[in-house]
Write a protein that binds this ligand. Sequence first.
Ligand SMILES: Nc1nc2c(ncn2[C@@H]2O[C@H](COP(=O)(O)OP(=O)(O)OP(=O)(O)O)[C@@H](O)[C@H]2O)c(=O)[nH]1
Ligand SMILES: [Mg+2]
Length: 358
Amino acid sequence: MQVGIIGLPNAGKSTIFNALTKADAVVASFAFSTIEPNNGLISVPDPYISEIAKIFNSPKITYSSIKILDIAGLVKGASRGEGLGNKFLSHIREADVIAHVIRCFYDENIASAQGSAGPAEDVATVETELMIADLETLEKRREKYVSLSKSGDKQSKQNLDTINEIISALNSLKTDLVIKILNSSPELQAELNLLSIKPVIYVANLNDDDRSKAIFNKFHSEFSKGKIVKIYGKIENELAGFPEEERSLFRKELGIEENGIQKFILECYSMLDLITFYTANENEARAWPLKKGSKVIEAAGKIHTDMQRGFIKAETVNCNDIIRAGSMHHAREEGKVRLEGREYIVADGDLIQIKFAV
Ligand SMILES: Nc1nc2c(ncn2[C@@H]2O[C@H](COP(=O)(O)OP(=O)(O)OP(=O)(O)O)[C@@H](O)[C@H]2O)c(=O)[nH]1
Ligand SMILES: [Mg+2]
């Protein structure tokens, strides 16, 4: 499961990637400074893990994390080979959620995309390129299913019809309809892996000045396609090395009203359909990401293959219950600790101890 950062060149993608991952990816005032994608891990803020660590005397804390990919910039005409062309679209294909970074700052020393008329147009430019790429994909698959259906294969004929429907929906910009059509053909959906229907979080990259705020306000008032999170990229990048308390003090001083970084991470987590489960012992307290709806046997497999193979049962307690009780012993006395079998669907916030034998 991963998030892919996309946007025009010089929108501040790598700056925001660095702010999120505390990495050191190249940031430069010229376009296409990123060519090969940067891979990173974002640590997910967690209000419970330090309490859990106290209860179990765990010296080490490991946060849940999500993978993020900082991808090369796209420009108008990428599908015809402009800029770096669209050979980097394969990286966007790997993403489960897209973070679309939109430049909402003005800086005459940093070139904007050619012909940029502002954030709303910038979004349209990038999304048009994704759609063109999708239409190319669809055209190729169409040819494949035209020839396969000639042999009278029913499934191929059906796929061909579905692809024709999708092409016509996409040509009239009805991405909602494309999603609906593909929801009833999961296999085709996986085969096509279209870019323009991936879930998107729009990230407005702001500067701490009035001009930037005006650019953002105008954009925000006219934009209705999805969720926008505000991140002050350059500032957050400078603050990335500081502990969270200091960062939030700085933000307050600068009049930045919300913690865009945290909001972004939590939004990605939920769009990736992830929940958190915990493990804790005298060595480590750890938060793990898990796809919502997963069984405890799958959670066991994430911790260790032996735990999955030799699974006997899972001792489970909700993190709120154990934090309130103060110890496993008290939680047990209060009847809050359950024994669950392999089919148990893990709930968000479960603390799990796997009993196993191999
Ligand atoms: N003033 C200002 N400059 C910024 C901000 N965010 C990024 N920049 C600057 O904009 C330039 C481009 O930033 P990058 O993060 O390299 O942009 P990018 O989107 O990764 O660019 P490519 O990889 O070339 O597509 C750099 O000079 C950054 O320092 C911001 O919020 N305010
Ligand atoms: Mg970059």
